[in-house]
Write a protein that binds this ligand. Structure first.
Ligand SMILES: *[C@@H]1O[C@H](CO)[C@@H](O)[C@H](O)[C@H]1NC(C)=O
Ligand SMILES: *[C@@H]1O[C@H](CO)[C@@H](O)[C@H](O)[C@H]1NC(C)=O
Length: 427
């Protein structure tokens, strides 16, 4: 079995410990100069979970997805049952599935969630709604590479893609040395001359995690993460994502100075005098920074920047820490309005708007290709696709006890590869 440079589960455990503590005590503010700028982005996906029960007013989903556009709009459509559907890979045929994603091994009682296909409303020329065409994908990406930058959900997408492609060609995996300070992980498909890379952003090294989670995270909202941003030009595709982590306790910096804080129920802890800043504002600023930087970057001629939007959580009857669960065994009924919790709705809106602003910069400056991979609406309708209680074995409680944030592999996020293929084919 392979190991992540930063083991995911211990990492989750520390995260949860830190978040829990912050609800009850003034954390010792022992800032780690760790998070430079945007890497948070990378980490961002756990979110809302850290903000206790969702007490924000729900947002109507219809207002969120008025995604006009010519041709194929993959974001609108329907999950249709297909009892003949077979996953592209299983726990037995792919070794890259992490424990917390491995619902099959952990005995999720119903595997019905694997029997649905995403069918776009129309204009997609059969692009989706049928099986992912690995041969076509490999043809399109021959001699190319793709970099994913993000947190555990980005890591899940990477594993979904690698597992799917590995049924055609077994990749060579290269993990960075544990303490190299470099977070790049690679999978190389030599016969198809294609490389998948992943950068797990927020931490310089394992020894820093404890410190980060002992207190709020330092986030420099106006500084792109120099650990991965320069590498963008070495890749043909860069997939950026993040959101949930912005809900964590944090101290925000602009121009190197404290600009605000968020998240301590006692008023930002020892930062009591700092301006309180909502996580959605911080997230927006961070997206503005990273997307703006990429959009205006010299040397990015060959690169397509792809923003993968928020994948919603589905905790019901509580949050991650107090028994919230996701026991659905089917997608939401197409007739049911499904509402997105806040601040996820705000995160999504900020992504869409900041993406549009960055596209404008790209157009004016140097025509960096920017694409949005909007998975939000389709994932909102899949409360059945999370591990729930089956993200760990009996007696193992290192990650979420009940996980309605991550997604099972195989599972509904496998359709993200179809969207990726569509974007790549449309260049
Ligand atoms: C895969 O999952 C099945 C149950 O769905 C289980 O019986 C089997 O042992 C698992 N295989 C591996 C390699 O984990
Ligand atoms: C906050 O401001 C008040 C009034 O200016 C001051 O007395 C107090 O020491 C400050 N607290 C911190 C933690 O800086």
């Amino acid at each position: 079995m392979k190991a992540l440079p930063v083991p995911v589960i211990p990492f989750l455990r520390r995260l949860l410990t830190g978040a829990r503590r912050s609800r009850h005590a003034v954390p010792n503010i022992n800032y780690v100069p760790a998070l430079v700028g945007f890497l948070v982005l990378a980490v961002a996906t756990f979110s809302v979970v850290f903000l206790s029960p969702f007490q924000w007013p729900p947002v109507s989903s219809s207002s969120l997805f008025s995604n006009a556009g010519a041709g194929c709009d993959m974001t609108r459509g329907e999950w249709v049952r297909d009892p003949s559907a077979r996953p592209y890979y299983t726990n037995a045929t792919c070794a890259f599935i992490e424990g917390y994603q491995n619902c099959m091994t952990h005995g999720k009682p119903s595997l019905e969630f694997l029997q649905w296909r995403w069918r776009p409303d129309g204009g997609c020329g059969g692009e989706l709604g049928r099986r992912f065409d690995a041969a076509r994908f490999f043809r399109l990406v021959r001699g190319k590479s793709i970099l994913f930058v993000g947190d555990s959900l980005a890591s899940s997408h990477v594993r979904s893609l690698v597992c799917t492609l590995s049924q055609t060609e077994s990749p060579e995996e290269r993990s960075p040395p544990q303490r190299s300070g470099e977070g790049f992980e690679h999978w190389r498909f030599p016969a198809h001359a294609f490389t998948v890379a992943f950068f797990w952003t927020p931490f310089q090294g394992p020894e820093r995690q404890g410190e980060v989670f002992a207190g709020p995270t330092d986030i420099h909202l106006d500084e792109p993460d120099q650990r991965w941003v320069p590498a963008a030009m070495d890749h043909d595709y860069v997939v950026v994502s993040a959101s949930h982590w912005f809900a964590r306790p944090a101290v925000y910096y602009l121009g190197g100075r404290v600009a605000g804080c968020h998240g301590h129920h006692d008023g930002c802890g020892a930062m009591a005098n700092a301006t309180k800043l909502k996580p959605e504002h911080a997230q927006r600023a961070a997206f503005r920074t990273v997307l703006g930087k990429l959009a205006g970057m010299e040397g990015l001629k060959r690169t397509t920047v792809i923003l993968r939007t928020v994948a919603p959580t589905h905790y019901e009857n509580g949050g991650w820490f107090d028994g919230g669960e996701c026991t659905a065994t089917q997608p939401a009924d197409p007739e049911d309005p499904v509402e997105m919790a806040e601040p996820e709705g705000e995160f999504y809106r900020a992504q869409v708007e900041e993406f549009a602003a960055a596209e404008e910069i790209a157009r004016r400056k140097n025509d960096v290709r920017m694409r949005m991979m909007d998975v939000t609406k389709m994932m909102l309708r899949r409360p059945d696709g999370h591990p729930d209680r089956y993200g760990h074995g009996a007696g193992e409680h290192e990650g979420f006890e009940i996980d309605c944030l991550h997604w099972c592999l195989p599972g509904p996020i496998d359709v993200w590869n179809d969207m990726l293929l569509h974007i790549i084919a449309g260049r």
